[in-house]
Design a protein around this ligand. Structure first.
Ligand code: 5RP
Length: 226
């Protein structure tokens, strides 16, 4: 039997997310849209319904550009109220639907848009589903002048920080990836990292985890709720 490629799984969950949200859309609806290869496929699938909703708030310049290329209006979050839904991928997601995000360096805007959404739908291929977060290096967005200070604080917490050279976020900041970081309790680690001066955002999404996970597997898309 032919195995399903990761790209096919991403496409399947992107389609499943569109199927899930289309019944909720009306001409006034503005939805939140994430960043990354899975989110890109979601945008492409969503384009067929662009006349059925008002527009989107994007979590990155790249996603905003892609939405606009499809003729989907993109709004500033400041001019929009609560979003009914935010759809985005993840680098890892656990059984409680806590996530590591930020592989694409868009974590800060992703966390902000997610915070404004009533429902967070995570779309992910099966490789992202883990028992415990931390196999994927945890991205942290830092104010550039604080990079070394933050790295020293991370070492105290037991992680191995690595500067993601050459990457500048949409907010003009830098990214540190934390390798070999044990995240036994995502909510507690999220709170600890929130306290470190110089960190703009880190990639643990636990307090605001996903509400729904559409997980692409060889045998189909599983719908998992919190
Ligand atoms: O957090 C993200 C970007 O900052 C993405 O959601 C995450 O990296 C997953 O990306 P992909 O869908 O390409 O695997």
């Amino acid at each position: 039997m032919a195995t399903t490629t990761q790209d096919q799984l991403k496409r399947a969950v992107a389609r499943a997310a569109v199927d899930e949200i289309v019944p909720l859309l009306d001409r006034q609806t503005v939805i939140g849209v994430g960043t990354g290869s899975t989110a890109n496929l979601f945008i492409d699938e969503l384009a067929a319904y662009r006349h059925d909703f008002d527009g989107a708030v994007a979590s990155s310049k790249a996603s905003a550009d892609r939405l606009k290329q499809h003729g989907i209006p993109v709004y500033d979050l400041n001019g929009v109220g609560t979003l009914p839904v935010y759809v985005d991928g993840a680098d890892e997601i656990d059984t409680e639907l806590s996530m590591i995000k930020g592989g694409g360096a868009a974590l800060t805007r992703e966390k902000i848009v997610a915070a404004c959404a009533q429902t967070f739908i995570c779309i992910a291929d099966g490789s992202k589903y883990v028992e415990r977060l931390g196999g994927f290096p945890l991205p942290i967005e830092v104010i550039p002048m604080a990079r070394s200070f933050v790295a020293r604080e991370i070492v105290k917490l037991g992680g191995d920080p690595m500067y993601r050279e050459g990457v500048v976020t949409d907010n003009g900041n830098q990214i540190i990836d934390i390798y070999n970081f044990v995240i036994d309790d995502p909510r507690s680690m999220e709170a600890t990292l929130d306290q470190i001066t110089g960190i703009v955002t880190h990639g643990i999404f636990a307090r605001r985890g996903a509400d729904v996970l559409l997980l692409g597997r060889d045998d189909g898309v599983a719908r998992i709720t919190r």
